[in-house]
Design a protein around this ligand. Structure first.
Ligand code: ATP
Ligand code: MG
Length: 415
């Protein structure tokens, strides 16, 4: 059967977007979701909170596209004019939706908040439209049917837009357009290997064309490899992807730490839970980032014992028992101090595994022997301590992220 081709355009509404104050993550999110249900996004646009320009943008998009989705400008304030502008341009009237008004009233009551009259504006929707209750806010989503075409009006805040889109809009579009293709993506996550290196090794795959394509996406010392396939069902797409995935996994080996929504910290968490080990972390140059990432994972209390942020030399001595003489002799950023920090953390905390990092984030503080970006990472377990030396040249924030990646990668590989 031939795939049914349905296309969409996305219009972000908000002067904040034009001024560069916020990033248009809604467009990215919607494009991704639409591709999953087989809708091609042909254009994305952004307009300010201006009635004429909103009208123009929606009308032009509607001439070309089957589906037009707008985001933003549904709030109760005077500059939120999306609904009125679109309703006017469709030549329809605004009517009060009693159900939506009821849910807005409940929203305020449940939170013991006083409801101002101007909020009632959000219960007005174009006549002959479908309004969708907003589970986390007051502005409803709106679907305006325009013959075979559809306008979807969504609130700006992602935490409001996402549930409305996922719970209602995708189903609506699938039903109306009999969508029978899906685009499915599998992400392979790697850490610690440069993009160019991976590029070289999987070159052949990057040249593949439909139905399966492979792409590379670099992050901060991580590289994602995305395998995408188009098929009539998710099962069909997964089958096509699996073959390529297995071949890539053979090539990439232990560079791969996980898939899809996995993070280094979630993979490490899984390992510690499975093995029943407890972990402590002593951090200098990462300032607590490693502990923070570990505790981002639900259930981390089961394996995470404690984190020390020992930034000063004194705290390395008093908290971890690092010898002052050692600090004097080798300096805080040294292999031996990293080892002493890890072993000290293990002894003081009583956990089976302890990790330590010490480094020079820069921009100043480097010397010829110990340049900016130098970092020592150590991991202590009963009977064995290992250490590695790395160098990361980046902004302070990226440096911290890179060090935390390298440290978590050691836990993933060595525990
Ligand atoms: P509200 O009721 O909160 O006013 P709204 O529907 O009127 O919602 P806007 O006023 O346009 O939406 O935007 C509110 C907030 O939502 C913005 O400050 C921003 O944080 C977020 N937001 C809006 N548009 C986008 C977008 N395209 N991508 C990501 N975030 C957005
Ligand atoms: Mg607003």
């Amino acid at each position: 059967m031939k795939y049914k081709e349905v296309n969409a355009e996305i219009i972000g509404i908000g002067s904040e977007l034009l001024l560069g104050h916020i990033v248009n993550t809604n467009a990215r999110y919607l494009s991704r979701q639409l591709s999953k249900i087989g809708v091609d996004v042909f254009r994305q646009a952004v307009v300010g909170d201006n009635a004429q320009r909103i009208k123009d943008a929606v009308e032009t998009a509607l001439e070309r596209a089957d589906i037009v989705i707008t985001t933003g400008g549904l709030g109760p304030t005077v500059d939120d004019i999306t609904v009125k502008s679109i309703t006017d341009s469709m030549g329809r009237a605004l009517v009060l939706d009693e159900k939506i008004l009821g849910s807005i009233k409940r929203f305020f009551k449940e939170r013991s908040l006083k409801m101002h009259d101007y909020v009632i504006k959000q219960a007005y929707v174009p006549e002959k439209s479908i309004s969708i209750r907003n589970p986390v806010g007051t502005a409803p989503g709106i679907i305006i049917e325009y013959g075979q075409k559809t306008i979807v009006v969504l609130p700006g805040p992602p935490r409001e837009l996402i549930p409305i889109f996922e719970k209602y809009v995708t189903q609506y579009l699938s039903d109306k357009y009999h969508l029978n293709t899906t685009i499915f993506t599998r992400t392979i996550r790697t850490v610690g290997v440069p993009e160019s290196h991976i590029n070289r090794r999987i070159k052949k795959y990057l040249a593949m064309r439909r139905p399966v394509t492979v792409g590379i996406y670099a992050r901060i010392n991580e590289v994602d490899i995305k395998i995408t396939a188009k098929a009539k069902s998710e099962r069909g797409a997964v089958r096509k992807i699996k073959k390529v995935e297995n071949e890539l996994l053979k090539i990439l080996g232990d560079m791969v730490y996980g898939f899809d929504d996995d993070s280094l910290e979630s993979v490490v968490a899984e390992k510690f839970r499975r093995k029943g080990l407890r972990l402590s972390v002593a951090e200098s140059c990462t300032g607590g980032l490693i502990s923070s990432r570990i505790t981002d994972v639900p259930g981390s209390s089961r394996y995470f014992e404690r984190g020390y942020v020992t930034y000063s030399n004194r705290s390395k001595v008093t908290e971890l028992g690092v010898k002052e003489t050692l600090l004097k002799k080798c300096g805080a950023v040294s292999r031996r101090v990293a080892i002493a920090m890890a072993e000290g953390a293990m002894v003081k905390s009583g956990s089976e595994v302890a990790l330590a990092v010490t480094g020079i984030a820069g921009p100043s503080g480097g010397t010829k022997e110990k340049p900016v970006g130098l970092v020592h990472i150590a991991m202590a377990t009963k009977g064995k301590t290992i250490s590695v030396e790395r160098r990361f040249l980046a902004s302070r924030q990226d440096f911290k992220r890179m060090v935390s990646n390298a440290a978590l990668d050691i836990l993933r590989k060595q525990c």
